[in-house]
Structures are given as structure tokens and as C-alpha cells.
Design a protein around this ligand. Structure first.
Ligand code: GAL
Length: 960
């Protein structure tokens, strides 16, 4: 007896499906009628694929008692079931192509009328699904029209013969798991549903079928050649170019080329007997030449990101405005390329890339990463039975997206091992489209691909590749290199971006990279603010590894994005105080779109500013531009130039004045704060020692107050709430300091007071700071002095014993009863760490304690401001000698460390006794770098904070 009914055999069938039309080019609209079937649909969830029969598909079925869901949407985000997050583990037994009997299945129903004027006698109609996860069976008016897999790919069905003017019943049964799930093991939430548009398209007699716009550009002649191959004959016109030719006929005319920097599109029309389709044509030629990826004859440098589709409430069901927001944010942050990891995006996204200008690596919906757990045995990409499904996926991507000038590279998929199926995909793509290159990172020998691609290679290795010293197959050695993923943006970080960019720019063969990844996939959640893996009770999950984006789930830029913007800025400024060398680092555009400004700061305040005359340098050119005479300083102090490149006029993606690039050049350096000890400590009878404005506990030497401001727990601090990058990825074989720091007890240092010496003009407190169980420590001496009104502190630290790990941080921490507004002179406005401080601009800044926090979804060290000369908060002014790292928060590092979500953090209060304080302040002499070891290399040696003798000072003053 069989327990599996044949009615659902298609679910576990390796074939791509049946009944759908051949894939074809997608265009957003034409003069043919279309009807969006998005909206509210009736919905019934069943626990298995075969729990319900297909009676619901029959006209007249009463679904009045069913729930409703929004289409596009995922039912698990609409109160039915729950999402699951795994990185690469399949959340079901690996038994291809079988899937669990427990297979959540959503029946969707929608009744619709045709709009007035829809002529049922003229031609036919096509029903299009732009994306359904993971497998669907479709009925129209009770007739089974087919089933399909390939979640992020379009499927069309001919339905004209089934339509009626009114009361059409569309029934779609969607299974969460199918054979297709084995091909869709991307690192993301598993989110079943009809999550992209459903559209009914009228196909009048003689309407367009498939067409291929070939629009090349000859950089030697400045001419473009247009040829539109169309399954249905017709004419192609482009008014601005005086083109009016038959389909299939080439025409060559002078044109402006399309590039990501100059996204010139020409509006055209493809007219067949039955339809007029608007075209947006970009002339450009992509070629592999001289071992380089060239567009229009010029090698390009990708400053890219990997973009998953994400919305914190709607998952992968994105509306046009959200997609536009992504593109605008990318353009405003100097990003010029997107890898559509790891599937073809909603097609409207590519229209936006064409329009605003982004290079695109369009990636196929294919990943079988979970097979790595079984040494890739039974991997579908190396099993001929699955090859039709792979070829179907390749064809659906290429045919849908082939008319986008922005798409310059096709990617076969991600992390699918190796196999014959991939080779067949590559061969098919090369045969179908010779005008683009083929990418697949897993093809380490580049047997099938045109680009050598890697992920998370460290700086040194990329440099070796740049020098051509990396070996590899003969073919690979002749190919250009990109990092399709690097700089894992999980939590605080990524560190080391500027160092990567230097390598990328130093070697022609290195054509840039794509940061992993664009957005945190946090799910908006009443309990946690944003939920991540495990928050829905999944039995297998990968926690917050799904939150590794340059923008937070609400698309607020993280410090990582601000850093990236600075590191990849298209104009470089190098200055010596009298002149600036300006370099146009773009590949195509000159500088005419930009205006330039200078400003002069004294003590961080701008005293004068003006325009800087910079010639409209061509791409790659540079020029030296003289700075004006320094304005007369309004007093002595630190002085510097700041120069900026801004948009000269409003563009489609940014307003006039938007800052594109900047540089700073010191003129006169900083002088140490002047401070001379003038009075000594006084031991009073009440167990206190007073020193100028300050009072100390006479036994412990602990600072109690500065003037009226109570101070708690000021002492040496080496701990930080470990970042995702400190903790590192569990599978990494490299040393992971986060783990070692805990092993060595750096989060539980003990402070042994050796002596409290109120002698001469100083109060000296001698201590040894060390963790239980270990013999190493830090001999720490606090030397307190006063100039009468202010309090000076010099901390001397001498490591003792065998230190084998760097320190997370080195500085002092203390509590204040309260603080809100913060002002400082130093790096800002945002967070910075030793290897994430390119974007830290020296100036006067202000903020609030709350706004100093960076809201990483999993709380961790954040919010430090670099190179701070002085800071004011909570009634104190603190000057540092030398500059320091400044951090203030309403909780301790230990509380931050213990929190799993932001909602676990509750502001401290000054009330109560002991160590309670409202605000905790860290003044750090050193911070360990950030790196990107959550999936990649650790902190580069030059950014590690090694234990060594150190001395640093502060001057504290009470301010009213
Ligand atoms: C890569 C993978 C991505 C993502 C990343 C880590 O190996 O291609 O999909 O998992 O690692 O966040």
C-alpha cells in the first residue's frame, strides 16, 4: 500500500514542472491590457501536501470560511505558521528529491472579473507568476493548467481559452517544500508563498512573444548598433536616434553609451501587428579583453554589494518604492554594482538599475549548499536527472532579464559545489548570449566561467592574486578577478575595508568586490524589536547570522555603509596644507557633475569656506589645485582644511550639495592640554581624600565625585561586549579572540588595590588588574593631580606575565548619575574603530547618549567615537592626552554582552547604591580592530591591540 498519493507526485519530481510557456523577455507594460491579480486572496493552510483534494479549485466552491492573505506575500509572515532561518543546513532530512510529509501547503483562491474592454475574441491571454516559493499547482476555472518550481523565477501559462468576462476562479496550491527546495538552499529565511506579482496579460493577435534587444557600443567610433530580434516580426523605432527599422535588421548610429556612471537610456518602441512595447535601450558592449572585464573598451572596478530582497514586515515581497530606496541608497553611498544574491530579483529592480546606473551580476536561483555536509554526495548539480531543472532555471533568468543594459554578468548560482549540470548551464548561457560574461564562484578552476571569483579571500591573498602569483589552471591565470563576496557586514564592522580597497585599486587584474551583504534580514517583532534565527522556535537555525547587512532592516545606514561610502568615493583628495591633488577615480564620467568646496577649521569649528575650482577631469585624471591662503585664525589651536566634492545639481538619485567625497588635511597640530599640578591631596577625617574639586574614598582610592558630579567605579577597563566579528564563525580554524578573551577571563578582571598614597602633589593608587585563575595581569597606577579647579589623571599600565592575546580595549570606565546631551571635538559623526575609521571626520559634533548607540540587532560593542580631543557630558568636560576613544551608554558592557536583542537592554538608573549609574562612560587609549571574522579574515596585525606598557592622561573639569 502506498501512503503517498500520485496527486502530489509533482512535488517531489526533479523536473521543473509542466504546462508553463517557454520563458521570454519581460517588459513592465505595453499597450495590451493587463490585470493585476495582487491583493487579498482567500487562504487555507494544510499540514501536508495531500491533506485536501482539489475541490477548492472548482467554480462555486465556498471559501467564505477561509482566512485571507495578501498577495504578494508569505503566509508565515501573515499569522500562519512561522519562518525558519538556516544558513546552509536543509531544515529537512537530506533525501533528494523527497521532502517531509509535514509539508505546509497553502491553498490560495481569487475570483476576478475581466476589465471592460478586454476582448476575449482577440488573441489569448497569459497568466504570469513572478515568484512563488517553492512549488505551485494552478487551476483556472476548475481546469488544471500546470505546476512549477523555481521560486524566484517567472512562469507564464496560456489561459485565454479558459477565461470568462466575469467570475473567473484562480486557485493556486503552494507547497513549502518540494524537490525544488533542494536547489534553493540559500542563506536566508525559508518563506513560502506567492511573494511576487500575479498578472493576467491580454495577448492580442499578433502581439509580441520573445524579443532580444542587442545594443552594442563601439568605443572607437562612438557608434551604437541596435538589432532587435523578435519572434514576431515588427518594427523598432527610436525617435531620438531617428531609427525606424524592421526587427532583425541592424542599424548603426552615433550614440551616447550606457554605463553605470552615465546611464543613458533611449526610449524606443517595438511594434508588432498586435502590440506596442516600450523599450529602454542602453548601448554598451561587455567583453573579456586582455584578461579584463571591459565595458565599452574600458576595464571597470566594481564597488559592489550583495543584495538579497528584504523587507522587515513583508519578507521578500518588495514593492517598487522599497526597491527604489535600495537603489537610491546605493547610489548615494557611491556603490556602483550589485550582485543579485542569490536569485534573480523582482524584475522592476533591474529597470531601476538600468535607469539610475548600477552594474549587475544577475544570479540564478540555485544553491545546494547543504550537500556540503555529506561531502557533496548526491548533489543535484552533478546528477543528470536534475539537469533539465537547472537549464530551466538558467533559461528563465536569461530570457527574462536579457534586455537590461545593467546586467553585465550572468551567475550560475551560489555554493552549489561542482558538477556537469553547472557546465551545461554555462554552455547554454554562452550559446544564448555572447554579449555577457558567465560567473560562478564555486568553479575554482574557471572551467565554465569567464571571471575568477572568490569569497572572503583575505587581503594578502587578494594581493597575491593581483600580482598573478596565485597559480591555478592556465585558463584561470588569464582571467580577471573579483571577490563576489567579501567584508562580512555582520554586527559591528566590517573592518579592513580601506585596506581591501587599496589592494583592489593597485592591481588591474582585481576588478573589485561585492560586500556581503546589503541588508539585515531582521523580522519586525513585538517581542524583540527585530527577530532573527531561533526566535520562532526553529529546531535548527543559525541565529543572527541572517543579520549581516550594511543597512538595518528598516534601511537605516549602518556605520559600515558610511565607511564603505568613504572608502569607495569616486574622487580622491591628497593634500599637504597648501594644495590638493584631486583624482577622478571613476571609470567613465568626468567631474563635471560635481562642485568642490573648501573649509578651514580652527579647533574643529569652521571659520571660513568657499568654492574650490577643480577642472572637469576625465576619468582617471588628476590635477593639483591650490588652496587659498589660510584664513587668519581666530585664536591659536589646531587647524585643518576640509575639502568636499558635492553634486553640482540635483540628479535622479541625490540633491544638489549631496556630499560624494571629502578629505581633511591638518595645518597646525594639536597641543596637549595644559595642566600643572598646584595643590596636593588632603586626607579628611570622614574617610575621604579631597584633591582640588574631587573627593576619593581614603581606603580604596576610588574617585567619588568631581565637584557636584558623583562618579562611580572609575577604573581600568579592558572588556568589550564581543562583536560578531570578535566571536568569529564557529567553523573558522583561525584563532578567534572573542572566545579566547572569555577563556582568559578578560570579562571578569579583578582589581587588587596595592596602595593608596596621598603624598606630595598627587594621590597615587597602585593596583594589579587580573582575572581569576590566571597568572597574567596589568599593573596599573592611577596618578591623580589638580590644578586647583580641574582634576588630572594619568594611568600607567604595565603588563605582567605571559600575555598571549590582544586586549579588547584599554582605558578607563566610570559611571555618571545622568547625561543626555554630548558634545565633542574629534572624529564623528558616527562610530569608528581602528580599522573602520576612514569615514570618521574630525570636527565638533553633538549628539545624545541614546543617539550615540548603534542599534545592532544582536547587541554588542558599538558607538565609539575616534580621535576625541575633548568631550562634554553629564556636567563634566574631559580632555585627553593623547586623543582617546569615547563611548557612553546607559548600560554596562556586561549588560550589553548579556543581551540577545535590543529589547533586553534597559537604561540604568542613578538611584540605589553600589555601582548603579545612569550612564557609563569609556575613555579608551586603545581599541582592538574589528576585522570581519564572522565570515572572513580577522583583524589585520596593524589594528590589533597588544598588551604593552601604556600611559595616557585625562583632565576632568566640572562644567555648569
Ligand atoms: C557565503 C554565502 C552567503 C552567506 C555568507 C555568510 O558563503 O554565499 O550566502 O551565507 O556566506 O553570511
Amino acid at each position: 500500500m502506498s501512503f503517498r498519493t500520485s496527486a502530489t507526485d509533482y512535488v517531489e519530481d526533479v523536473s521543473p514542472g509542466s504546462g508553463a510557456l517557454p520563458p521570454r523577455a519581460r517588459y513592465p507594460h505595453s499597450d495590451a491590457e493587463s490585470l493585476s491579480l495582487n491583493g487579498s486572496w482567500r487562504f487555507r493552510l494544510s499540514p501536508t501536501a495531500d491533506a485536501e483534494d482539489d475541490a477548492f479549485a472548482e467554480p462555486g466552491f465556498d471559501a467564505g470560511g477561509w482566512a485571507e492573505v495578501s498577495v504578494p506575500g508569505h503566509w508565515v509572515l501573515q499569522g500562519h505558521g512561522a519562518p525558519i532561518y538556516t544558513n546552509h543546513l536543509y531544515p529537512f532530512p537530506v533525501d533528494p528529491p523527497r521532502v517531509p510529509t509535514e509539508n505546509p501547503t497553502g491553498d490560495h483562491l481569487r475570483v476576478f472579473d475581466l476589465p471592460e474592454g478586454w476582448d476575449l475574441t482577440d488573441g489569448g491571454a497569459v497568466l504570469r507568476f513572478d515568484g512563488v516559493e517553492s512549488c505551485a499547482r494552478v487551476w483556472l476555472n476548475g481546469t488544471d493548467i500546470g505546476e512549477f518550481k523555481g521560486s524566484r523565477l517567472p512562469h507564464e501559462f496560456a489561459v485565454g481559452h479558459l477565461l470568462r468576462p466575469a467570475g473567473n476562479v484562480l486557485a493556486v496550491r503552494v507547497h513549502q517544500w518540494s524537490a525544488g527546495s533542494y536547489l534553493e538552499d540559500q542563506d536566508q529565511w525559508w518563506l513560502p508563498g506567492i511573494f511576487r506579482d500575479v498578472t493576467l496579460l491580454h495577448r492580442p493577435a499578433g502581439s509580441v512573444l520573445d524579443f532580444f534587444v542587442h545594443a552594442s557600443y563601439d568605443h572607437l567610433t562612438g557608434e551604437g548598433t541596435l538589432r532587435v530580434d523578435s519572434d514576431v516580426d515588427g518594427r523598432v523605432s527610436v525617435a531620438a536616434l531617428d531609427i525606424d527599422v524592421a526587427t532583425g535588421e541592424p542599424v548603426t548610429v552615433p550614440v551616447e553609451a550606457w554605463t553605470a556612471e552615465t546611464p543613458k537610456l533611449y526610449d524606443g518602441v517595438l511594434a508588432t501587428e498586435g502590440e506596442r512595447v516600450p523599450l529602454r535601450i542602453g548601448f554598451r558592449t561587455v567583453a573579456l579583453a586582455d584578461g579584463l572585464i571591459k565595458v565599452n573598451g574600458t576595464p571597470v572596478l566594481f564597488k559592489g554589494v550583495n543584495r538579497h530582497e528584504w523587507h522587515p514586515e513583508r519578507g521578500r515581497a518588495l514593492d517598487l518604492e522599497t526597491m527604489r530606496e535600495d537603489v537610491l541608497l546605493m547610489k548615494r553611498h557611491n556603490i556602483n554594482a550589485v550582485r543579485t544574491s542569490h536569485y534573480p530579483p523582482h524584475p522592476d529592480f533591474l529597470d531601476l538599475c538600468d535607469e539610475y546606473g548600477l552594474w549587475v551580476i544577475d544570479e540564478c536561483d540555485l544553491e545546494t549548499h547543504g550537500f556540503t555536509e555529506q561531502a557533496w554526495r548526491d548533489n543535484p548539480v552533478d546528477d543528470d536527472r536534475w539537469t533539465p531543472a537547472l537549464l530551466d532555471r538558467a533559461a528563465r533568468m536569461v530570457e527574462r532579464d536579457k534586455n537590461h543594459p545593467s546586467v553585465v554578468i550572468w551567475s550560475l548560482g551560489n555554493e552549489a559545489g561542482t558538477g556537469r549540470g553547472l557546465t551545461e548551464m554555462a554552455e547554454w548561457i554562452h550559446g544564448r548570449d555572447s554579449g555577457r560574461l558567465v560567473h560562478y564562484e564555486g568553479d575554482i578552476d574557471c572551467r565554465d566561467t569567464d571571471v575568477y571569483s572568490r569569497m572572503y579571500a583575505d587581503h594578502a591573498e587578494v594581493e597575491r592574486i593581483g600580482r598573478g602569483l596565485d597559480g591555478g589552471t592556465h585558463k584561470r591565470r588569464r582571467l580577471p578577478f573579483i571577490q563576489c563576496e567579501y567584508a562580512h557586514a555582520m554586527g559591528n564592522g566590517p573592518g579592513g575595508l580601506a585596506d581591501y580597497q587599496r589592494v583592489f585599486e593597485s592591481y588591474e587584474r582585481i576588478q573589485g568586490g561585492f560586500i556581503w551583504e546589503w541588508i539585515d534580514h531582521g523580522i519586525k517583532d513585538d517581542r524583540y524589536g527585530y527577530a532573527y534565527g531561533g526566535d520562532f522556535g526553529e529546531e535548527l537555525h543559525d541565529g543572527n547570522f541572517v543579520c549581516d547587512g550594511l543597512v538595518f532592516p528598516d534601511r537605516r545606514p549602518s556605520p559600515g555603509l558610511v565607511e564603505y561610502k568613504k572608502v569607495i568615493e569616486p574622487v580622491r583628495f591628497e593634500g599637504d596644507g597648501t594644495a590638493v591633488r584631486v583624482t577622478n577615480k571613476q571609470d567613465f564620467a568626468d567631474l563635471s557633475a560635481l562642485a568642490f568646496e573648501w573649509s578651514y577649521q580652527v579647533g574643529g569649528e569652521t571659520v571660513e569656506s568657499g568654492r574650490l575650482a577643480v577642472p572637469a577631469l576625465a576619468a582617471g585624471e588628476s590635477a593639483e589645485v591650490k588652496l587659498p591662503e589660510p584664513p587668519v585664525a581666530t585664536g591659536s589651536g589646531e587647524t585643518q582644511w576640509t575639502v568636499r566634492a558635492v553634486l553640482a545639481a540635483d540628479t535622479g538619485w541625490g540633491p544638489q550639495g549631496h556630499v560624494v567625497a571629502w578629505g581633511q588635511f591638518p595645518v597646525s597640530g594639536r597641543q596637549s592640554p595644559s595642566f600643572a599640578a598646584s595643590a596636593g591631596p588632603v586626607v579628611s577625617g570622614d574617610g575621604l581624600i579631597t584633591l582640588g574639586p574631587a573627593a576619593f574614598d581614603a581606603r580604596s582610592g576610588a574617585l567619588r565625585s568631581i565637584g557636584p558630579v558623583a562618579v562611580t567605579g572609575l577604573r581600568l577597563d579592558v572588556w568589550r561586549a564581543t562583536t560578531d566579528n570578535d566571536d568569529g564563525a564557529a567553523w573558522q580554524s583561525d584563532i578567534r579572540y572573542g572566545t579566547l578573551w572569555r577563556k582568559f577571563g578578560l570579562h571578569r578582571m579583578r582589581h587588587l588595590v596595592d596602595a593608596v598614597e596621598p603624598t606630595g602633589d598627587a594621590l597615587t593608587v597602585r593596583t594589579r588588574v587580573a582575572p581569576a585563575a590566571w597568572e597574567f595581569g596589568l599593573v596599573t597606577v592611577y596618578r591623580w593631580t589638580t590644578d586647583g579647579s580641574r582634576l588630572g589623571l594619568t594611568v600607567s599600565v604595565t603588563p605582567d606575565g605571559d600575555w598571549t592575546v590582544p586586549l579588547p580595549r584599554l582605558g578607563v570606565r566610570f559611571g555618571l548619575p545622568a547625561a543626555d546631551r554630548v558634545r565633542w571635538f574629534g572624529g564623528g559623526p558616527g562610530e569608528a574603530y581602528p580599522d573602520t575609521k576612514a569615514a570618521s571626520m574630525v570636527g565638533r559634533w553633538q549628539s545624545t547618549v541614546d543617539d550615540l548607540q548603534t542599534p545592532y540587532l544582536r547587541p554588542q560593542e558599538n558607538g565609539a567615537r575616534a580621535d576625541v580631543r575633548w568631550a562634554e557630558l553629564g556636567g563634566l568636560r574631559i580632555e585627553g592626552d593623547p586623543e582617546f576613544w569615547f563611548t557612553a551608554r546607559r548600560w554596562t558592557s556586561e549588560q550589553l554582552d548579556a543581551a540577545a536583542h535590543r529589547t533586553d537592554l534597559t537604561p540604568g538608573t542613578a538611584s540605589g547604591s553600589g555601582s548603579a549609574a545612569g550612564v557609563w562612560v569609556n575613555l579608551d587609549h586603545g581599541q582592538h580592530g574589528i576585522g570581519s571574522q564572522s565570515c572572513g579574515p580577522g583583524v589585520l596585525p596593524q589594528y590589533q591591540l597588544h598588551a604593552g606598557p601604556a600611559e595616557f592622561s585625562f583632565v576632568f573639569a566640572h562644567i555648569g
